[in-house]
Design a protein around this ligand. Structure first.
Ligand SMILES: [Zn+2]
Length: 160
């Protein structure tokens, strides 16, 4: 690790502690050349196995570009997408697993996208859950309606 002050190519670890969430380690380092101290944060790298078998590092940007397509014409901002990508990364890290396939990423995106925008969620789910017919859409929409009724409480339920 280069010293950020004098660029000396080596540094000494003087203290290590696990962050509160247990998902990262902070190391206090000292440069043997200029004597200044700095902190580094170490997190496990998340990797994604693509359908082609290629392994690449997890990227929030890729999550955003995947979801952006489903959000076309919807009132979803770039800030919303960035927040969603962060939530997806956090939920992947909390799973305690370090390697995922592209389908796992899609599944991790769904609950967050559902909260963000229901139409975008349906578009995205239709791809990731491989909807094959109208019945699949109807089931997903029925599921969304059930959640809405549950969220708004039984008093607002409309009787036909
Ligand atoms: Zn230095």
């Amino acid at each position: 690790m280069h010293c950020p002050f004098c660029r000396h190519p080596d540094s000494r670890v003087i203290d290590s502690r696990t962050a509160d969430d247990g998902l990262s380690i902070r190391r206090r380092r000292q440069c043997p050349e200029c004597g200044r101290r700095f902190t580094t944060t170490e997190t496990a790298s998340l990797t994604v196995i693509k359908r082609s078998g290629v392994v690449e590092p997890f990227s929030r940007e890729k999550v955003m570009s995947g979801v952006r397509k489903a959000c076309q014409g919807r009132p979803v901002t770039e800030a919303d997408l960035a927040m969603l990508a962060q939530q997806v990364e956090e939920s992947l890290r909390q799973s305690g697993i370090a390697q995922f396939d592209t389908n796992d990423i899609g599944v991790a995106i769904l609950p967050h996208l559902r909260t963000l925008d229901e139409v975008a969620y349906l578009r995205f789910a239709s791809v990731y859950q491989a909807f094959e017919s109208l019945a699949d859409f109807e089931a997903a929409i029925g599921d969304l309606r059930k959640t809405q009724v549950a969220a708004s409480g039984p008093s607002s339920e409309v009787k036909e």
